[in-house]
Each structure stands twice: as C-alpha cells, then as structure tokens.
Ligand binder design. Structure first.
Ligand code: ADP
Ligand code: AMP
Length: 221
C-alpha cells in the first residue's frame, strides 16, 4: 500500500504512522525525521536545512524533492510506504505526482488527520522523542508517557524535546502549515483519495478509524 498522511503539526501523524508501519509491516518515511538525521550528522545539506527548521519554515523544495526521489526509487519500497511530512506544499505534491508516474506507482489513500488548532500546542509542548535516530518513537508527558521517566520503552535511549517544539516556533510552524500545506487537502480531495479522520480522539480510537478506512479502500480495489 502507498499511503500519505496530512495534518497539522501535533495532529499525531508520527504516532499513527509508527503504529501503522508495525501493523502493516510497511516502511514509514518521515521527512522531519530524515531532515533531523541529516542535521545530527552535520552534513552540508543538514546544516542548510537547520537554518530553515530553526525558524519554523519549510526547507527549500529542491532539497526535499531530491531526497524523496532517491528514497522512493529504492526497490525495497516497491510494495509500499507511508509518507509523513512530504509533500508539504503544492510544488512538492506536483513533483511527487511525477515521481509516482515515473515509478509506475499510485497513491492508494491520503489520510488527513483533522483537528482544531487549539489543542495542538499542548500536544506539541508535551512531546518527547527518542534520541536514537534509528528509533524515533514519540511520547507525550501526559498522554503517552514512557514506563521509565525520560527513557524510551522500545530501545532504552534517552528521550529529548525537539529543538523546534518551543511555543513561539510552534506558532510559526502552524502558520506555515495553514498557508502552505492545508491546500493539499483540496488537491487530494479532487483526486478522490482523501479520507478525513478525527485526530482529536484518543490514539487507539484514531488508529482504529484509520484501519477501518483502509479496509474500505482495500475492498474498493
Ligand atoms: P505530528 O507527527 O503530527 O507532529 P506526533 O505524532 O508527534 O504529531 O504527536 C504530537 C504529540 O501528541 C506527541 O507527544 C504524541 O505523543 C501526542 N499525541 C499523538 N496522538 C495523540 C492523541 N490521539 N491524543 C493525545 N496525544 C496524542
Ligand atoms: P515535522 O517533523 O514534520 O514537524 O517537520 C519538522 C520541520 O522539518 C518542518 O518545520 C520543516 O522545517 C522541515 N520539513 C519537514 N518536511 C518538510 C517538507 N516536506 N518540506 C519542507 N520542509 C520540511
């Protein structure tokens, strides 16, 4: 299955994609995780990306388009993937459409995690992520705390606060989302592959709704 997740920062894309990746045994590709890994490795493109990420702005399209062109051509992804964070504006979506055609693939479903902006701040400021870049598991100090304080349940590494999860930056990131990413809802609605899911529910209820939506998609194929 070839899936794409949309939704504002904090809606739960990473959380749901990690669950779904385990359930369906398909690769989760998070643009944010990939960028943070190149920042951590201090590569040239990582250093450049960081200057945008530190401001809550989108990293230039050509960086993301080149990154995903390379990732998606990996033959191990032939059976499917779950995209989270890419594409993030119309130019990226149009380039992604060309990649799909070139790879002879088609998107089965776009899941839009729909949520009012008000509760997002609480979700984001309470977010903790595993510092192990091979794990990236997401926690919340209140809504999904780890068993041991600040330690990842899965791999035992320390949990950290993302550098861009500060309140002032979150406001810019939300503005960026509403201006540049939200128009993709309409873009994929027109392609008749968009499913809206209420992301304000508890994690397991959101997950069950996603699974049910995907069952319907599979039936229709
Ligand atoms: P995104 O990838 O969309 O930015 P995350 O999956 O990282 O969002 O979730 C943001 C924060 O909200 C994390 O701390 C996560 O544990 C928490 N979270 C995710 N889904 C829910 C939910 N349904 N209810 C409460 N908290 C949630
Ligand atoms: P995320 O982990 O999805 O919240 O993304 C964190 C940051 O990475 C964003 O605020 C952007 O600066 C950058 N980023 C992630 N995905 C993209 C993308 N598709 N295009 C441009 N910048 C991106």
């Amino acid at each position: 299955m070839h899936l794409l997740f949309l939704g504002p920062p904090g809606a739960g894309k990473g959380t749901q994609c990690q669950l779904l990746s385990g359930e369906l045994n398909i690769t989760h590709l998070s643009s944010g995780d990939l960028l943070r890994a190149s920042v951590a490795q201090n590569t040239k493109s990582g250093q450049m990306a960081k200057t945008y990420m530190d401001k809550g702005l989108l990293v230039p399209d050509e960086v993301l388009i080149a990154m995903f062109k390379e990732k998606l051509s990996d033959t191990s992804l032939k059976t499917g993937y779950i995209l989270d964070g890419f594409p993030r504006n119309l130019a990226q979506a149009q380039s992604f459409d060309i990649m799909l055609t070139d790879l002879n693939q088609k998107l089965d479903c776009v899941i839009n995690l729909d949520m009012d902006s008000e509760p997002l701040m609480l979700r984001i400021t309470g977010r903790r992520v595993c510092s192990n870049k091979a794990c990236n598991k997401v926690y919340h100090i209140k809504f999904s705390p780890p068993k041991l304080d600040n330690i990842c349940d899965s791999c035992g590494h320390e949990l950290i606060i993302r550098a861009d999860d500060k309140e002032d930056l979150v406001k810019v990131r939300l503005k960026t989302y509403f201006e540049q990413t939200q128009p993709l809802i309409d873009y994929y609605q027109k392609q008749k592959i968009l499913v809206n899911i209420d992301a304000s529910l508890a994690t397991k209820d959101v997950f069950n709704r996603i699974l049910n939506a995907l069952k319907e998609v599979a039936k229709a194929h």
